[in-house]
Design a protein. Sequence first.
Length: 329
Amino acid sequence: MTYQRIAVVGAGAWGAALANVAARAGRSVVLIARDDTAAAAIRAAGASPHLPDVALDPAIAIATGAAAAAEADAVLLVVPAQAHGAVAATLAPVLRPGTPVVACAKGIERGTRRFMTEVIAGSLPAATPAILSGPSFAADVARGLPTAVTLAAVDEAVATALAHSLGTTTLRPYHATDTRGVEIGGAAKNVLAIAVGIVRGRRLGASAQAALTTRGFAELMRFGRAYGARAETLTGLSGLGDLILTCSSRQSRNFSLGVAIGEGLSPAEARHSGLLAEGAFTAPVLVEMARERDVDMPIAGAVAAVLDGRLSVDQAIEALMTRPFRAEH
Ligand SMILES: NC(=O)C1=CN([C@@H]2O[C@H](COP(=O)(O)OP(=O)(O)OC[C@H]3O[C@@H](n4cnc5c(N)ncnc54)[C@H](OP(=O)(O)O)[C@@H]3O)[C@@H](O)[C@H]2O)C=CC1
Ligand SMILES: O=C(CO)COP(=O)(O)O
C-alpha cells in the first residue's frame, strides 16, 4: 500500500527536502508554508529560503492554511519541535480520522516533557502518529544524494506503507515500530552534538571528540532504556547513525552552535545565528527528564549548564574530566 497524496506542513529546509523526496517517489505533493508571504517567496524563488540552493520539484503545489491538507492521505509535519503541538492542532478540523501524521522534528516539548508522537496524539487524537528520523542533512536529501532514515509507527503496516510511499533509489526509509526509540535518538543526539562542537571549537583534538561522542552515546542509551526504547533502535540510524553524522559535520546547526561557543562566543551570541539548533531547546528538558528517572547524563547536563550560563566552557570541561573514575559499562 502507498499513500498517494502527501501534505508537507512546514516549508523550511527539511520540509522542502522531504517535499522533493515525496515528489521524486511519484507522489502528489502539497507543501504548506507558514503564511502567504512565505508561500509567495517560495513560488518566486522556486525554493525554500531556508534551502535556497536546491530547487523544489516544479510538480509540488505551494499552499498555505490547514485546509490545503484536507485531501492528504498522509501528512509530514516539518516545523520545529516546539511548534509541533500548535501546528498539529490546526489540522484537527480537516484531516480524515486515521490519517498518518509523521513527526519530522527532532526534539522534546518543553514544559509538557512530551516526545513528538505524544505531541501529535495530544493535538490530533484521531490521527495515526508516526516519526521519521535518521542521519540526513536536508541539503543532501533534497539534492538526491544517497541517504537512509527510520520511519516508525506503532502499527507496522502503517510504517511499511509510509516507507513505500517515500522511498526512492536515493532515500531508503527503514520501517520500525519502536516510535519511542526513534524519537529519543533524534532528540538526544542534537544535545550531544553541541557538546562535541564545543570540543571542536576549543581545539581539544580528534581523540577528545571521539571520546565525547562515545560517552554521549552511552548517555543516549541510558536515557533511551529508562524511557522504554529498544536497544536495537538506539544503535540504529536514528540513534547512533544520526549521532555520528551530527557530531562530525559543520553542516549540522547543532554542532556549529557548539563550535561557535567553543571558539569563544557567548551562548546568547552563538544562538543569534538565525539557524534552528533544536538541541538548545531540548537540553534542559532532556536533563530534567533524565533526573526524574535517575539517569546519569553528565555531558547533556554540561551542555544545558553552558547554554544557560551556569558553567563556562572551561568549567564544564573540568567538571567532566574530574568525575570519579568508573567502570565503562
Ligand atoms: N535541516 C535538516 O537537515 C533536518 C532537520 N530536521 C528537523 O526538522 C525540523 C525543522 O527543521 P528545518 O526545516 O531544518 O528548520 P528551518 O528553520 O529550515 O525551517 C523551519 C520551518 O518551520 C516554520 N515555522 C517555524 N515556527 C513555526 C510556527 N510556530 N508555526 C508554523 N511554522 C513555523 C518556519 O517558517 P518561517 O520560515 O516563516 O520561520 C520554517 O518554514 C527540526 O526539528 C529539525 O531538527 C530533521 C532532519 C534534517
Ligand atoms: O538532524 C540533522 C541531520 O540528521 C540535521 O542536523 P542539524 O539540525 O544539527 O543541522
